[in-house]
Design a protein around this ligand. Sequence first.
Ligand SMILES: [Zn+2]
Length: 686
Amino acid sequence: MYGPKPRPFQFIAMRKMIFLSGLLALVLVACKNNAADQSFFDTQSMDSSVHPGDNFFVYANGGWIKTAKIPDDQSGWGSFYTLYDENQTKLKALMEKAAAAGAANGSLEQKVGDFYTSGMDTALLEKKGAAPLQTMLQKIAAAPSVNDLMVLLAGAEKTGEGASFLSFYVGADERRSSHNILTLSQSGLSLPEKDYYTKKDSFTVGVRQQFQQHVARYFELTGMAPAAAQADAAAVLALETSIAASHRSPVELRDPLKNYNKMAVTDLAKTYPNLPWAAIFSAMGIQPDSINLAQPRYYAGLGQLLKTVPLAAFKAKARYDYVAGKAGLLSKAFRDENFAFNKTFSGAKKQSDRWKQMVSRTDNSLKDLVGQLYVAAHFPPESKKRMDELVNNLQAAFEKRIGALDWMSDSTKTRAKEKMGAFLKKIGYPSTWKNYDDVTIKKDALFENALQVAAHDYKETMAKLGQPVDKTEWGMTAPTVNAYYNPTFNEIVFPAGILQFPFFDGKADDAINYGAIGMVIGHEMTHGFDDQGRQYDAQGNLKDWWTASDAEKFKAKAGGVVAQYNNYVVLDSLHVNGALTLGENLADIGGLAIAYDAFKMTPQGKGQEKIDGFTPEQRFFLGYAQVWRLINRPETMRTRITTDPHSPEEYRVNGPLANFDPFYQAFGVTEKHKLYRKPADRAKIW
Ligand SMILES: [Zn+2]
């Protein structure tokens, strides 16, 4: 999941979750609302000149693809984007209403309304200019040594003002999932991943040049002279290039065992003595006994750099990180510069309207407060009830499939069923809403409001240390158009935001709902059993429950899926990365099969009645393809291929179908069609 500035591995609390989609449509335009009496599958959007067996994604969506236009402020367009866009419009109305309510100071409406308003007063932001940055910039400038700088930045995390040399979150200990632990991760890069610092192709060389100019412009905006700004920008790029050498790649980060390195803090200090650990933790206000050092090489590398790179370079990097993190809270010059650089990765042609930026920021800041307003207005109780039924039906279908697997021993099957039966299921919104009682929001203080929220989040996160894991917590806000599986909770989570057309509609026939949200549910369930998820047990512990021979068989089957997706060429010579996308592809392949089996248990699935000329089975596959109806700008595609664990949408449709026998039968697919795979080559795992 990423926005225009992709930092997909720097989530804090959300680091371990596995999302349905990597698309985070940060900026969208208003478009028509889906009327209640719509047709649930739009035959006009198809392209019947293409045989379904040659390219089902284009067969189902080709008519739409030919006429679809990506709005100028978007990185792509289609299902996720339009639904996100509708939610933005709904949230805007709720936030404006809250702002106009004249609610009592400290009330939910006052906080939401005033937070939103504080970002809409752009005249006030102009007047403040770079002034809000100065206190922290001066502190950075005054740090007498690298150790002092590290301690300053660690302490500044308390108000969301730390720089990114340290990246940490508190979450379940993977080997003791009922207890929280502090995890330190690799950090310090501004470009999407390590290879952007070394690749020699003209695109990537250009990205590095643009990055350096971008850093220099930020420095000038804070008052530096051009020559000094240029010199410091070069130092930032050089330092990040050195840091990148110690980073793990996105593929390496997918290995849970490799990224679990629990150690006593006393050993941390002995093994990585170049960092002032005791002072860092003290500045952070915590006293952990042990931590998970997820990527040790990064901290070893950072320790070396602290001894060899001049203090001035670290300060320049800290200043850049600080400004970049706050640009959206500042005057137009900062916001424009932020957009000008980020469009390299998103391809967007113009900046989104301010209200859209503030709707997102308010939702991401006052999460549960906004969620309460959204759920009360837009999530009917019937939706929750219908989803409960669907999830239970999918679970029953999955259990049957596990029982029928021809490659797995009975003992592993028993464990698999136990894990599947233990799924924690969360639908719509949290059972208890969190409050923000310690947060004061003012309508003329966007910058300070953001610091207040960051301070609240920090306190809440650190309060978990030493406490048992609270499994009622959510990792996404209720309006989010996405879903996730969280391996240490062994949970599947579907926020209210995604439980709408085209993913879900209480009035649509079962073929459409099972092909759409059914597949989404099956996808999240399968994550519990993909190449990562299968390494966690029913309680969410990283603990092997497989027989050696079943594990070997699984790996061989997964290897076939890696090879299949490696062959998909997306853009010029860019291929899908089969290893990076393996978990998502396995979830798509499994999710499709489980959803199909569950559909076949419904009256419509058992019948033969055609709708719009399509059999129930054909309609199921069309509903599935419709959910992934989406086009991307080339710039977005390039960024996604290097960092997003999800395959591009075309392959999220064609890849699983090419492995699925009922698809061949439903559309008469044979050797002469392009999607055809020999029966022995078709991936049948879950
Ligand atoms: Zn997924």
